[in-house]
Design a protein around this ligand. Structure first.
Ligand code: AGP
Length: 606
């Protein structure tokens, strides 16, 4: 996830662009840059200033003072392909230096496109997927920029919101989008482009929204829209009345809610081109001899550890290797039985968690192979691990992790397929597992529609003191995450139990005024979990069930129906109502959901 801004009008472009980038920093902040068409005699030249680091570093760059042009594009980056560095920052130029491009999204077929460009004599200077775009535009340009952009779009697979400027058409910014956000803000004798409304809300409340695979030609007094085949499209302007605070969060009340709603896209980007039905998964682990392992350890903390617990079932089922999940803080002090025959997988959103780093060092000393699942590119864990696989969740700002979790479980399951295929365990079941994974972004989107019912239940039970989550198998795994989410942002005491364990002690706690949430998504265990819920109802508990089974039971207060999927993948879906539940409870209690007390986003101490 990155942020892009564009300006065309009569003002100096740089200050407008920098202010826009500052309000988009929540989308990414590892490098930033601008490209402006600067007057040069009777012509224009492209001036590009960019660097690693936050927008503030760019803002303080004295080179910007020499730029007076009125047409420009800008970018704040959240690295996905290529480390944060000056050369990898945007804008990127083509080899002729005539086309400058900024891009938000991921070009999934960039390896093939890089090869095509290299075969055609182009040089690529960065490690990014983006650099192919200006060069493809150059390659496809025969004097008509719209045709060049349309042809280029047809070659790109993945997601993109792009802006293109060039001295060859100095009165225009060309923009295009697919699966990444882009809006055009309308002013008087000036127009604006941005990833999100907040970036330009100081200048206008009137916006056009681009649809998928559309192109816009933005001039200072005119905006025209085209589909990918260059048929003109008409659009209505929408008036947006947001206050400053809500605009920063793109209209959401809190980052946490925004991040919950970003999950379909984050999962889609994490799957990217890694998974398809017609070829084997390839995660760049060709040098790993998976036959050498007799045990897998998954090690992490908090939510990241819960992602590991939710995925353990898949490792054992499809890879047939015994898999243990451990808290990093325990693993590091208990002399775990690990050696060169152990595969150790570490999971971390931040890549900076002190306990996880220490556990990783221990595993390396013991000679184990280490693979890490990390969200923040270039973070400490990625530098220490033998192999790193990135979730593409984008920056997660709320302390309570939501989209990182669903992306971690998604990527762990893709890793499962990679290992199973390397071990020769292809099967019909594995193929249908792949299809189920590919359906997840749409199903998660559908699941977000449970929000009203979840809020309704939260409104009823938010004053309660104790709350329990129960489930079996992967439903138990997701119960742990639901319980942690509730604890950390609502400060309500909560526990997760394997449903069958309830009668071995915890049921003594169930009485009037207690709430029990059951997760029942596995057809084999649903009846059993329902019986355990009945036992709670009998003792006075209010009950909510999250299920994809056809449950008819009048005694249950709320039934949240979620889409069906392979039960191994169900945590990615069933966690959504639990995240929303924790969120609405905390809102009812007027708590700061983004910054809960006593917690930090990245725990860099033991
Ligand atoms: C999640 O909501 C928590 N804030 C916390 O448990 C977190 O998952 C844990 O500290 C691990 O962080 P990491 O993923 O950055 O390593």
């Amino acid at each position: 996830m990155c942020g892009i801004v564009g300006y065309i009008g009569n003002k100096k472009a740089v200050p407008v662009l920098i202010n826009g980038l500052l309000s988009l920093e929540y989308r990414g902040y590892d490098s930033a840059g601008v490209a402006v068409l600067n007057p040069n005699n009777s012509d224009y030249i492209l001036k590009v200033v960019k660097d690693k680091g936050r927008v503030k570093i760019l803002q303080d760059n004295s080179e910007l003072e020499t730029i007076t042009g009125n047409v420009g594009i800008a970018h704040t980056r959240w690295a996905t392909h290529g480390m944060p560095s000056k050369v990898n920052s945007h804008p990127h130029l083509d080899n002729s230096g005539k086309f400058a491009v900024v891009h938000n999204g991921i070009i999934e077929n960039y390896v093939d496109l890089r090869k095509k460009l290299l075969d055609n004599g182009y040089t690529l200077y960065s490690d990014t997927d983006t650099e192919v775009i200006p060069n493809l535009i150059h390659m496809n340009y025969n004097g008509d920029i719209l045709e060049a952009v349309s042809k280029t779009m047809k070659e790109l697979k993945g997601s993109y919101a792009i802006e293109v400027i060039s001295p060859l058409f100095a009165d225009k910014i060309i923009v295009a989008k697919k699966d990444s956000p882009l809006v055009v803000g309308i002013g008087e004798d000036e127009n604006f482009i941005a990833s999100d409304i907040p970036a330009v809300l100081a200048h206008t409340n009137n916006f056009y929204f681009l649809d998928e695979q559309e192109i816009a030609v933005v001039e200072k007094n005119l905006v025209k829209f085209y589909d990918i085949n260059l048929n003109e499209v008409t659009k209505d302007i929408k008036n947006i009345e947001w206050d400053a605070e809500s605009s920063e969060k793109n209209g959401y009340e809190d980052y946490m809610l925004k991040e919950i709603y970003e999950q379909p896209q984050a999962i889609r980007e994490t799957i990217g081109s890694r998974l398809s039905l017609d070829k084997k998964v390839s995660l760049g682990l060709e040098n790993v001899d998976f036959k050498a392992f007799n045990k897998i350890y998954i090690v992490a903390c908090g939510t990241a550890m819960h992602a590991g617990i939710a995925s353990k079932y898949a490792f054992e089922k499809f890879c047939k290797i015994p898999t243990e999940v451990d808290m990093a803080s325990e693993f590091r002090y208990r002399n775990p039985l690990i050696d060169e025959h152990t595969l150790c997988i570490f999971i971390s959103q931040s890549g900076e968690t002190a306990d996880t780093i220490a556990a990783l060092r221990l595993a390396k000393e013991a000679g184990s192979t280490t693979i890490s699942i990390v969200n923040v590119i270039g973070s400490s864990i990625t530098r220490l691990s033998d192999y790193t696989l990135y979730t593409h969740a984008g920056p997660e700002i709320a302390v309570a992790s939501t989209k990182a979790y669903t992306c971690q479980v998604t990527l762990l399951n893709i890793l499962v397929i990679n290992i199973a295929e390397s071990l020769g365990y292809e099967s019909k079941e594995l193929n249908s597992f792949k299809s189920s994974l590919l359906e997840l972004p749409d199903k998660v989107k559908q699941t977000l529609e449970t929000n009203k019912l979840v809020k309704d239940f939260a409104d009823k039970v938010y004053t309660q003191k104790d709350l329990y989550f129960i489930g079996r198998g992967t439903d138990y795994a997701v119960s742990m995450e639901g319980s942690l989410k509730l604890k950390e942002i609502s400060y309500i005491h909560s526990e997760a139990y394997a449903a069958g364990e309830l009668k071995h002690g915890p049921i003594a706690l169930i009485e009037n005024g207690v709430t029990v949430i059951g997760i029942a998504t596995n057809p084999i265990t649903t009846e059993k979990t329902l019986s355990n819920l009945e036992e709670s109802i009998t003792r006075g508990a209010s009950v909510l069930v999250v299920t994809n089974q056809n449950i008819k039971n009048d005694k249950i207060d709320y039934i949240i129906n979620v889409p069906e999927t392979d039960s191994i993948l169900s945590p990615i879906i069933s966690v959504i109502p639990l995240q929303l539940f924790a969120y609405y409870i905390a809102k009812n209690k007027n708590l700061d959901v983004d910054k809960p007390r006593n917690l930090a986003k990245s725990v860099t101490v033991e």
